[in-house]
Design a protein around this ligand. Structure first.
Ligand SMILES: *[C@@H]1O[C@H](CO)[C@@H](O)[C@H](O)[C@H]1NC(C)=O
Ligand SMILES: *[C@@H]1O[C@H](CO)[C@@H](O)[C@H](O)[C@H]1NC(C)=O
Length: 983
């Protein structure tokens, strides 16, 4: 259009055109911004960007909302699997932007200071991402109404003063970030519009300020899992709109403040795991409560009867307090009640009968109180129940038969009461039941054959009741059964042959019954059997020869009517006490058992000595127990071993003697020093190598010594090490290819020796970090990671109760001749604790650089603390670095260092050990990601070891990487593998 054509008539039209032009220019800039975002996040697994094309209007882009003038007002890209570095500098060029929503993605890198240029933002969501570094200053965003940055990897100190003038802020969510410790931010208490605050698990310490009472609009206040101490300020009672108050896992003390009952809007209240005390009378008025959780405090007094009238209550968790009195009988009868846990208090009276009135209850947990009366019949119909535990009370009466058949119950635990009646045939409907624990009651009658239809059973404990009749012959159908306790009943008949088909059985106790007939030889084929107690019955016949193949920690056949020779491989020291009270048995070498007729009449002692001599001389493979009593000759030890004061406990069949071990504990055999003691290498006469850990009883005080000098030997030991013995016994029953075998313990008054298998390749630490370092390729590292994970998984999930290692580190992962890993030193921290006197309260275990953060503030250390340490080991494997290195900077560890490099793909790849070839670096990053998950600050966010194993299996190095196909169709890599196997 030329100027000549312009007429007055055209002017308004022109003006419009001008506006349109401006609009277009602005729009083309904004288009460029959006295309920048698309490019930056282009690797994402999303199709939200499909509509983001330059020929499309930006206002039609998915996730974009515009103002009337066509400028971008909102970017809504949450939950889109976005990954990459966010171009905040570019985004903040959008002059009209009010909402930036990037939450729940996989974004990483630093959030740069550029963010502060987004001055018009009202809504900012960066939560649930993988950012690193500190959160930038955002003091220019004074119009901000919602700020979410929770669970996003931010560290350092949050710029609290940025919030100073954000008077319109309604929602603030910064929890679950590894910030540095900080006092409660005073800036917050001026922001009186705040509706909700989520500051869980972000290292807040000190007290809650009393000005919290200014925040009268608060409906949600979440401050759990911090280091908050002091009392709950009375001013909190001014927060009349408060709907949810979460304070669990802090260090709060004092009582519920007077006037707490004014918080009548409160529906969710959780202050579990603090040090609160006093009574619960303030709760009387909180009749809107839906969930009440005050477990693990020191609350006392009675539970207010008003709770029984709360119409909306569905959860009650008050376990681990000092509460007394009875529970309101109408408790839980109004709403869709879900669970109650009032275990470990001093409660009395009957179990409230109507908690399952609405048919929704899942857990009834009332163990360890003093409840009386019967089990209300109403629970027999409560088919939603998964856990029913009322053990350690004073309950009486007949167990309602429907209880046995609850179809969803995973555990029924009524042990240690005075309950009566039979287990009924209803049990065939208990298809989910894994644990049936009814010991120490007055239950009677025959065991119903239908029990074998309850196919999920893992543990049956019927001990110490009055069950009679025969053991159902179909019991062998319980393929998952691991533990069967029938001791102290009046069972008769024979032991069912089918029991030998319960392939998972590890523990059988049928002691003190009236069982007769022969021991079925099928028991000899139970591969996992570890403990067999058939003592005090009327069993007859021979001990089946097939039992020789069992590797038992405990065998007790005493006081039966068994006859014939004891099978040779059972005639070893470890089973010395196992056969007494069977007059018909004979043996070649157990001295208190009658000689089998072909034997000559030599004295037992001489006989034993000759057997030993022969063994020593011939280095025979035949096993001989540690227990062997040998007269020790005086040897030259560095320590003067106390004569005759060694107590030997063996758990595997052993081919060495106590003396051989004691002789070898000397300086020249020292191969390692650890927190819990020195480690010596022992080479037996037969060439077999062992590792012996020598632990000095650290609190072997002079007073104990004095005691020892005046009391008999047995008492001397009894005081110290009963707990120790129990622990060693547990540990030595552990068998897994990725866990070091503990052969036996030898204890004396002032120290203990633990005898382990010896692993020639030392520890992972040595192989990665020391002068004995070797080049480990990625596949080897991966195999070590997976194997070690499986070992820990077994300790956590494969044993009767979880064994927490407490000191997982690369120096406790040993390598065999094929570089296969084995977890060592498991449970030793516990042993150390068992060794110290009872009044020493808190023993911190673990090694600097591997210790999970919760060790600092809670005694509630569990498997997840091991998971954290294992995450650190994974980081070592990937990076080749130690957990602490000077290059990380002061007070920084490998985790800080790894997270600080999560800024770009290049810097992430640079984390991987430089000896690992490029082709495997991506694989290594997969494992690094698992490591980061394992080291989540919040224990609940860490995966279980079971999950870690699954994740690692998913991260198995891809079979196709870098493979050249050779002529005969094989591959170089396969050949390599074959070679490695042959070596
Ligand atoms: C808040 O506003 C006051 C008064 O205008 C000003 O002095 C202060 O610097 C502001 N704070 C921040 C963090 O911007
Ligand atoms: C908890 O508070 C007490 C004082 O009330 C203090 O002595 C203790 O150190 C605190 N513990 C932690 C882990 O903060």
């Amino acid at each position: 259009m030329s100027a000549a054509c312009i007429s007055r008539r055209n002017l308004p039209f022109l003006f419009l055109l001008y506006l349109l032009c401006l609009f277009f220019v602005a729009n083309s800039d904004e288009l460029q911004v959006l295309l920048n975002i698309k490019t930056a996040l282009s690797n994402s697994n999303t199709n939200i960007f499909d509509s983001w094309e330059s020929n499309n209007s930006i206002c039609n882009f998915a996730g974009i909302a515009c103002n009337l003038d066509g400028s971008v007002k909102e970017i809504e890209l949450s939950k889109q699997h976005l990954t990459g570095l966010v171009p905040f500098d570019s985004i903040c060029e959008l002059q009209s932007l009010e909402k930036l929503s990037l939450g729940k993605n996989l974004l990483y890198g630093h959030v740069t200071e550029d963010l502060n240029m987004c001055v018009g933002l009202k809504y900012l969501d960066l939560g649930f991402n993988f950012f690193s570094g500190s959160f930038p200053d955002i003091s220019s965003m004074n119009g901000l109404v919602y700020l979410y940055a929770n669970a996003s990897g931010f560290s350092g100190t949050f710029p609290w003063n940025s919030l100073e003038n954000m008077t319109g802020l309604v929602g603030l969510s910064l929890g679950d970030n590894p910030f540095d410790r900080t006092p409660f931010p005073k800036e917050l208490v001026k922001l009186t519009k705040l509706n909700w605050i989520y500051l869980t698990n972000c290292s807040i310490e000190g007290q809650i300020p009393k000005e919290i009472g200014n925040l009268s609009e608060l409906i949600e206040l979440e401050l759990s899992q911090n280091y908050i101490s002091g009392e709950i300020p009375v001013e909190i009672t001014k927060l009349g709109k408060l709907w949810q108050l979460e304070l669990y896992e802090n260090n709060l003390t004092g009582t519920l403040p007077v006037g707490f009952g004014k918080l009548t809007s409160l529906e969710m209240f959780d202050a579990s795991y603090n040090h609160l005390y006093g009574d619960l009378s303030e709760l009387r008025f909180l009749n809107q409560l839906v969930s009440l959780q005050l477990a693990h405090n020191q609350f006392s007094g009675e539970i207010p009867q008003e709770l029984g009238e709360f119409k909306r209550l569905v959860n009650v968790s008050l376990y681990g307090n000092n509460l007394k009195g009875s529970l309101p009988q109408k408790l839980g009868s109004w709403a869709n009640f879900d669970f109650i846990d009032v275990s470990e208090n001093f409660l009395t009276g009957p179990i409230p009968p109507e908690m399952c009135k609405k048919g929704t209850m899942t857990q009834l947990l009332m163990l360890q109180n003093n409840f009386t009366g019967g089990i209300p019949a109403s629970y027999a119909n409560c088919t939603t129940l998964t856990r029913f535990r009322v053990s350690k009370n004073s309950l009486t009466g007949v167990v309602p038969s429907g209880i046995w058949g609850l179809p969803n119950a995973e555990i029924i635990d009524i042990a240690m009461n005075e309950l009566e009646g039979p287990i009924t045939s209803d049990i065939e409907y208990a298809k989910s039941l894994a644990q049936l624990i009814v010991s120490n009651n007055r239950l009677s009658g025959k065991l119903p054959p239908e029990i074998s239809k309850s196919s999920a059973l893992i543990l049956i404990d019927l001990g110490n009741n009055q069950f009679s009749g025969e053991i159902p012959t179909t019991i062998g159908e319980l393929k998952q059964l691991s533990s069967l306790h029938l001791e102290d009943n009046i069972l008769s008949g024979s032991i069912p042959v089918s029991l030998g088909f319960c392939g998972s059985l590890s523990d059988i106790n049928m002691a003190h019954n009236s069982l007769s007939g022969e021991i079925p030889s099928s028991l000899g084929s139970l591969p996992a059997l570890n403990s067999l107690n058939l003592s005090d019955n009327q069993l007859s016949g021979r001990i089946p020869a097939r039992m020789s193949s069992l590797k038992l920690s405990l065998l007790d056949l005493t006081n039966n009517r068994l006859t014939g020779p004891i099978p040779k491989s059972l005639s070893v020291g470890a089973y010395n006490g196992s056969f007494a009270g069977n007059d018909g048995l004979c043996s070649k070498n157990i001295k208190y058992i009658r000689r089998c007729s072909s034997e000559s009449g030599r004295s037992g002692k001489l006989n034993t000595l000759i057997v030993c001599f022969t063994m020593g001389a011939m280095a025979m493979l035949v096993s001989l127990g540690c227990f062997l009593y040998l007269k020790k000759s005086q040897k030259h030890h560095e320590r003067s071993w106390k004569e005759d004061s060694w107590d030997v406990k063996s758990f595997h069949l052993l081919s060495f003697t106590e003396e051989e071990i004691l002789d070898s504990v000397k300086q020249e055999n020292l191969i390692g020093k650890g927190g819990s003691g020195n480690v010596y290498k022992v080479v037996l006469a037969n060439g077999k190598q062992l590792a012996v850990k020598h632990i000095w009883n650290s609190h072997h005080s002079s007073s104990r010594k004095k005691l020892g000098s005046t009391t008999p030997m047995l008492t001397k030991r009894g005081g110290k090490s009963r707990e120790f013995d129990a622990e060693v016994q547990t540990l030595s029953s552990i068998r897994h290819v990725n866990v070091v075998k503990l052969y036996c313990s030898i204890t004396s008054e002032d120290s203990s020796l633990l005898v382990y298998e010896y692993l020639p390749n030392g520890s992972l630490w040595d192989r990665l970090h020391t002068n004995r370092k070797m080049v480990l390729d990625w596949e080897t590292r991966y195999d070590i990671a997976l194997g070690a994970a499986k070992g820990l998984e077994y300790l956590h999930h494969g044993c009767e109760r979880p064994v927490i290692h407490r000191d997982v580190k690369s120096s406790n992962i040993l390598l065999d001749e094929f570089l296969k890993p084995r977890i060592a030193d498991f449970g030793l921290a516990k042993i150390d604790q068992a060794n110290v006197s009872k009044d020493s309260t808190h023993v911190i275990a673990g090694t600097y650089g591997y210790i999970a953060p919760e060790y600092g503030y809670t005694i509630k250390v569990n498997e997840k603390s091991d998971v954290y340490s294992f995450g650190v080991v994974l980081m070592e494997l990937v990076t080749g670095k130690r957990p602490i290195e000077p290059e990380y900077g002061e007070n920084k560890d490998i985790l800080n260092w790894v997270c600080s490099k999560m800024t770009s793909k290049e810097s992430v790849l640079s984390l991987v050990d430089s000896t690992i070839p490029e082709a495997y670096k991506e694989e290594a990053i997969k494992v690094l990601k698992i490591a980061i998950l394992c080291t989540s600050r919040l224990p609940v966010l860490r995966p279980t070891m079971r999950t870690v194993v699954h994740m690692l299996e998913d991260a198995e190095p891809c079979k196709l990487v870098g493979i050249k196909v050779t002529k005969d169709g094989g591959s170089e890599k396969d050949e390599l593998r074959d070679k490695q196997q042959k070596i």
